[in-house]
Design a protein around this ligand. Structure first.
Ligand code: ADP
Length: 381
């Protein structure tokens, strides 16, 4: 298990894949990327860019022929295709079994429960009906088992009036938690079992879109709560046998209990601040973990806030950006844009971090810059 890899294959070529490519080069690793979209930003940043489907075993075998370890930047990669690459002798981290359990929100809940980890009460639901919701008890959160991300496929059902909006398809029902604070713990675990945990982040989620809005690290909470959150994040990833960087999303509820909301077996939006505020970015750390290298320090040099730059306007099209001059002048701020060829309302186009000098001012400045930076489809000439 201590073998080291020097060529890494990444399934998925979006912004996370692109940032993994940069980190791979900085570590002196070769990198090959597979994405189905020929315009995916990571394809041109990789040493080898392959266009093909992440569900397709032959595409995975083509990727495997270039590399000695495979990882992924997205959760919806075909597990059978990953297994085909493994059968060819190229290890995959995180392990396909681990991804498989987490890809489906019901099997994920069942796995977390079997590990004895605290979470909201839940029940499987083949097709959500008013009767099933009544029997479970309101208010509840309906989550489609598969295919949802960034809050799509998640909705709160508060009263019978909401039954008209029930999402079709197999789902899991969860008791609605009275959330005092949403937290995220970024945990890295290497092939040899070494673990590094970054300082706990607090996350504000857009209540309508259910998507990360603002992130601040370290979270402003008492030391004992932070220590418990850290420990819970670590227990989760060790329990799952995860290898790589994992984002463990937690709820601190109104009664002061910590619950596991969701686990992502990959680098994550809630860890982007590590690029600017940590000696080891989540991208470098992930590669270290999956390539069998020693992990780097998971510390932060100062409090850091992050906001996403999300597509505005009403149309789809080539992106135009406003406000960059202002953002460039803001002390401690860095703007990361993902070079996406198209923008549409709600699409993540980049993020801004503000490092220090203290949590409140970093947060204030990050919120201000979110108002200043605007990305939308350019007017046609
Ligand atoms: P996604 O996979 O799309 O990120 P999540 O399962 O993380 O979806 O849910 C998105 C958001 O919905 C959470 O960040 C939280 O704000 C809210 N949410 C999810 N589950 C619950 C719950 N059981 N109780 C209350 N709010 C919830």
């Amino acid at each position: 298990m201590n073998e080291q890899s020097s060529w890494v294959g990444i399934v998925g070529g979006g912004q996370l894949g692109a940032l993994l490519c940069d980190a791979a080069h900085a570590l002196g690793l070769g990198v090959a990327v597979l994405d189905r979209d020929p315009r995916a930003p990571a394809l041109t940043r990789a040493d080898v860019g392959l266009v093909g489907d992440w569900d397709d075993a032959s595409a995975l075998l083509a990727l495997a022929s270039h590399v000695d370890v495979i990882t992924f930047e997205r959760d919806d990669v075909g597990v059978a295709a990953l297994r085909a690459a493994e059968a060819q002798g190229v290890p995959v981290f995180p392990a396909p079994e681990c991804l498989e359990q987490l890809q489906d929100k019901l099997t994920q809940r069942q796995r977390l429960e079997a590990l004895g980890l605290p979470g909201p009460r839940f029940a499987p639901c083949e097709a959500a009906t008013p009767e099933a919701c009544e029997a479970f008890g309101l208010p509840l959160v309906q989550k489609l088992r598969r295919g949802g991300y960034d809050g799509r496929g998640v909705q709160v059902v508060r009263t019978p009036a909401d039954f008209a909006r029930l999402l079709p398809g197999p789902a899991v029902l969860e008791a609605q938690v009275e959330i005092a604070r949403e937290l995220a713990v970024l945990v890295a675990r290497s092939r040899s079992g070494e673990v590094a945990v970054y300082p706990v982040c607090e996350v504000e989620v857009d209540p309508q879109a259910h998507r990360l809005d603002v992130m601040l690290a370290p979270a402003r909470l008492p030391a004992e709560v932070l220590a418990a959150a850290r420990a819970l994040g670590e227990r989760t990833v060790v329990g799952l046998g995860g290898v790589g960087v994992f984002a463990v999303e937690l709820f601190l509820d109104a009664a002061g209990r910590l619950l596991v909301n969701e686990v992502s077996p990959r680098v994550h939006n809630s860890g982007h601040h590590t690029l600017d505020a940590s000696p080891t970015s989540q991208f470098e750390q992930h590669l270290r973990a999956v390539c069998g290298l020693p992990l780097g320090p998971a510390t932060l040099e100062a409090p850091v806030a992050l906001v996403n730059v999300v597509g505005g306007g009403t149309r789809r099209g080539a992106p135009g950006i406003e406000g960059l001059e202002v953002a460039r002048q803001a002390p401690g701020a860095r703007v990361h844009l993902y070079d996406k060829a198209e923008v549409w309302p709600g699409r993540k186009m980049g993020h801004v971090t503000v490092v220090g000098p203290d949590a409140e001012s970093a947060l204030r400045e990050a919120r201000r810059l979110r108002g200043v930076l605007r990305v939308a489809a350019r007017e046609e000439p």
